[in-house]
Structure formats: structure tokens, C-alpha cells
Design a protein around this ligand. Structure first.
Ligand SMILES: Cc1cc2nc3c(=O)[nH]c(=O)nc-3n(C[C@H](O)[C@H](O)[C@H](O)COP(=O)(O)OP(=O)(O)OC[C@H]3O[C@@H](n4cnc5c(N)ncnc54)[C@H](O)[C@@H]3O)c2cc1C
Length: 441
């Protein structure tokens, strides 16, 4: 057993894992294959690059994603601290300027005295542990093969989808208007209202549009929260009007009336020079995206900085493979973290990076490690990964359904959530105080 930690992949999970160990005085060698080897989704060589939405999710007090972020804040998470510092207005979500966000994380990691950042593709898993494998949904093919051999079974997979980004200067602001739903918070979203006629014409075109075909070996399995727009349309003509295009609480300030449907755009960066189309993940061909999305009122002349796409995602069957210390049962010393464990989302991936790191640091220090209690967000996630039924195991993001909740007779949902949140934050503090692993003075 080495006295240093190897982390493979400097994404959301690997960056957090390296940071947490280094801050506890443990030497870390962090491998990142970019820019030497690239993939179809990452665009920079930065650590913790956000590949799709620039949102780190809901930050509204007492929501489940908020609790997870608060727990991570209590551990001085590098991801959340950088998110807070480089945030852009986005209502109750924590959205960030993606470049400032990942540049700051890269600089902090590269300059940390305990971290050696190596730009190298790992194709063989090091024999000597502890090793954290946090190579994400787009783990390089060579390493995927090695992981397959290590776990002794085939990967599971499903698909994720990217939504398009438009140049803010190309939007027609005579048609699009700024507003937040029900006037809650600042008017951070840009809204493109559609009449009934425009909506159904749009739906007809979406249905008939040319889509990129899946390769013969690919079987489309989507994560419910990231459904391609054309898949939603296939569920019924009005699905979008009741889903991502729902107009409620968004009256057009020019007419005072609620449109039949509203396409919402969210700021991509701090200087508001780009907006992404919320919920518009898609597998339409690029020319079809340009043609059909330009039918959206206000986007007739839109310049697309990026078009939508769908990519394969990779995750292991954690319930059958991992202990609740995120260590491979069959090969102790090998830990998994991030999306590859079967959590879904940036913050959830970062959370697993934190826990795998604390677990590996405990091993290096000869201490025991027990995961956080299941009435905390961190504990609820690790519990999901390791105690779910292995058959049909699917990735999951943080939600109240995962928390262990003591029987409480509070019917008011807001009060109930507040109680769960307060309990979780108290419990995570106790757990943190009880950890016997070193903390840098
Ligand atoms: C197309 C797509 C869109 C997504 N959209 C969203 C979204 O909008 N919101 C959201 O919350 N989540 C989204 N996700 C999920 C997202 O990937 C995760 O939430 C998050 O990035 C996962 O973090 P991670 O650290 O596990 O992996 P990553 O952030 O992908 O980091 C893995 C790192 O490992 C590196 N790597 C891979 N193989 C090797 C190797 N052999 N050697 C060395 N380095 C290697 C990669 O270059 C990468 O930097 C999306 C995923 C995909 C694929």
C-alpha cells in the first residue's frame, strides 16, 4: 500500500478527491488525459470542466440539492467554493461562469504543494493502491477495457444529452423577454413565447425532423431528467407545453397574457454573452436543429455557439461491486468516484469524490471509515449506490426519496423539508467531527 493517493481523471469527482486528500496532508498524483487525449464532449484542458449545462443545480434553501451543497460546503469543497465564487444569476439555481469556474479549480490543484497533476492517459490501473478511478461517463476506451477486466463484468450504459447554446447578440429582444416564473427572485431567464399555432407547427417539425441514428450496438436508455426533446414529443403533442415549455407564471410583459408555450433560455456566462436553451437536449441532426430551433420566436436569426448532442454514458453496477466505503469488494485499494459509480450530476459526482477521498485517506492513515448516516445527503447517496437492487440499477441524483427520514408528523411540505435539512446538516457536522483522519492545521 502506497503512502500517497493516485487519482485517475480530474473531472468533478477527481478534482474534489485530490483536493480533499491534499488538504489532509496526503500526497496525491492526479492524472488527467486532456489535452493529450481528448473526447467528443470536453472542449478545454481544464480540470472540472462542465460539459453541458452551466448549472450546479438547485440552491434553494432546504431543497435536496441545496442540502447536498451545504454538506459539501462544510467540507470546504473546491467545486462548490469555486461555484459560489464564480456564480452567474440564475434564479434559485447555482449557475456558474464555466470558464472562470474550471480555471480557478485547475490553478488551485496545480499549485497545491501536495498535488502532482500529470497530463497522461492511464491505460493500466496501477497495481499498488490506493487508487481512485474517477474517469466519468466518457472514460477512455482503453481504460474502460481495463475496468471491465477488473470488475469482471460488462458495463451498463445509458445516454446523456447536450442542449444548444446561442449568442446573446443574435436574440430578438422585441420578442423574447426577461422574467422569472411567478416573479420569484430576479428576472434571470430569457423567455421566448409561442402562440398555439406556432407551438403546433414547431411540434410537427420536431416529429418529422431528421435524427442522428444510433449505431447498431447502441441501445438508447435515457435518464429521465435529461430526455431528448424529440423523445418527449413522441410521448404526446402537448408534453412539451406541460414540461420544459410550460408557460405558467410567465405573462408576456407586452401583452400581459400567458402564451401557449414558452421556451426558456438561461445565462451561460457572467457577461451574459451566451444563453442555453433549457431542456433542449437533442439528437436531431445539426442542420435540422438550426432550422427548427430558428422557428422559436426571438431566435429566428440565432447564432448557435454549440448545437445539441447525445452521448453514451458509462457507469458500473455499484450495488454488486462496491462496499459502502466506495472500495471495490473484489480488489481492495481500488475506489470509484463520480458519475461512473452511478450517481447523476455534477454535484453528486463531486460528492462521491469527497467520500472516496476521505475513505482512501483513512486507509492510508490506518484509520477506520464509516460512511455518513443515511439521513444526510452524502449518506443517502452512498446508501443508494451500495444497497440498491443490482438488477436494473440506474443512475440517480439527490432527492428526498433517498433520505432516511424519521417518522415525523409534519404535513406541511416546506416545514418537513426544512426539518430534514436541519437534521442532515447537524448530522453531517457530528459525522465530520467524529472523523479520525488528519486535517491540515
Ligand atoms: C454529454 C453529457 C452531458 C451532461 N450534462 C450534464 C448536465 O447538464 N448537468 C449535470 O449535472 N451533469 C451532466 N452530465 C453528467 C456529467 O458528466 C457529470 O455530472 C460529471 O461531469 C461527472 O463528473 P465525473 O468527475 O464523474 O466525470 P468527468 O467530469 O467527465 O471527469 C472525468 C475526467 O476523467 C478524464 N479521463 C477519462 N479517461 C481517462 C484516462 N484513461 N486517463 C486519465 N484521465 C481520463 C476525462 O478527461 C475527464 O476530465 C453530462 C454528461 C455527459 C456525458
Amino acid at each position: 500500500m502506497n503512502d500517497f493517493l493516485t487519482v485517475i481523471g480530474a473531472g468533478l469527482a477527481g478534482s474534489e478527491a485530490a483536493w480533499q486528500a491534499a488538504e489532509r496532508g496526503v500526497r496525491v498524483v492526479l492524472y488527467e488525459m486532456r489535452p493529450v487525449v481528448s473526447n467528443p464532449v470536453h472542449k478545454t484542458e481544464n480540470c472540472a470542466e462542465l460539459v453541458c449545462s452551466n448549472s450546479l443545480g438547485n440552491n434553494h434553501a432546504h431543497s435536496a440539492p441545496f442540502i447536498l451543497k451545504e454538506e459539501l460546503r462544510s467540507f470546504n469543497s473546491i467545486i462548490i467554493a469555486s461555484g459560489d465564487k464564480n456564480s452567474v444569476p440564475a434564479g434559485s439555481a447555482l449557475a456558474v461562469d464555466r470558464d472562470l469556474f474550471s480555471q480557478e479549480i485547475t490553478e488551485k490543484l496545480a499549485s497545491h504543494p501536495n498535488i502532482t497533476l500529470k497530463r497522461e492517459e492511464i491505460v493500466e490501473i496501477p497495481q499498488e493502491g490506493p487508487v481512485i478511478i474517477s474517469t466519468g461517463p466518457l472514460t477512455s476506451p482503453k481504460l474502460s477495457e481495463q475496468i471491465s477486466k477488473l470488475i469482471g463484468q460488462e458495463y451498463l450504459y445509458f445516454y446523456d444529452a447536450l442542449s444548444p447554446i446561442v449568442n446573446a447578440d443574435s436574440i430578438d429582444y422585441d420578442k423574447a423577454f426577461f422574467a422569472s416564473r411567478y416573479d420569484k427572485g430576479d428576472a434571470d431567464y430569457l423567455n421566448c413565447p409561442m402562440s398555439e399555432e406556432q407551438y403546433y407547427k414547431f411540434i410537427r417539425e420536431l416529429k418529422a425532423a431528421e435524427k442522428v441514428q444510433f449505431a447498431s450496438f447502441e441501445k438508447p436508455v435515457y435518464f429521465e431528467g435529461c430526455m431528448p426533446i424529440e423523445v418527449l414529443v413522441d410521448r404526446g403533442d402537448r408534453t412539451l407545453a406541460f414540461g420544459p415549455l410550460k408557460p405558467v407564471g410567465l405573462p408576456d410583459p407586452k401583452t400581459g397574457k400567458i402564451a401557449y408555450a414558452v421556451v426558456q433560455l438561461r445565462r451561460e456566462n457572467r457577461d451574459s454573452s451566451a444563453y442555453n436553451l433549457v431542456g433542449f437536449q437533442t439528437k436531431l441532426t445539426y442542420p435540422e436543429q438550426k432550422r427548427i430551433f430558428s422557428m422559436i420566436p426571438g431566435l429566428e436569426n440565432a447564432e448557435f455557439f454549440r448545437l445539441g448532442a447525445i452521448h453514451r454514458n458509462t457507469f458500473i453496477n455499484s450495488p454488486s461491486l462496491l462496499t459502502n466505503e466506495l472500495e471495490l469488494k473484489s480488489h481492495p485499494g481500488n475506489y470509484f468516484a463520480g458519475q461512473i459509480t452511478g450517481v447523476e450530476g455534477y454535484v453528486e459526482s463531486c460528492a462521491m469524490g469527497l467520500l472516496a477521498s476521505l475513505s482512501a485517506v483513512a486507509k492510508i492513515s490506518g484509520q477506520s471509515f464509516a460512511p455518513p448516516p443515511t439521513d444526510t445527503a452524502l449518506g443517502a447517496l452512498i446508501n443508494y449506490l451500495t444497497t440498491s437492487r443490482s438488477k436494473g440499477f440506474q443512475p440517480m441524483n439527490i432527492n428526498f426519496g433517498l433520505f432516511w427520514v424519521q417518522d415525523m408528523k409534519i404535513r406541511d411540505k416546506k416545514m418537513r423539508n426544512e426539518k430534514i435539512a436541519m437534521n442532515a446538516l447537524e448530522k453531517i457536522k457530528e459525522w465530520k467531527d467524529g472523523l479520525s483522519i488528519p486535517v491540515r492545521s
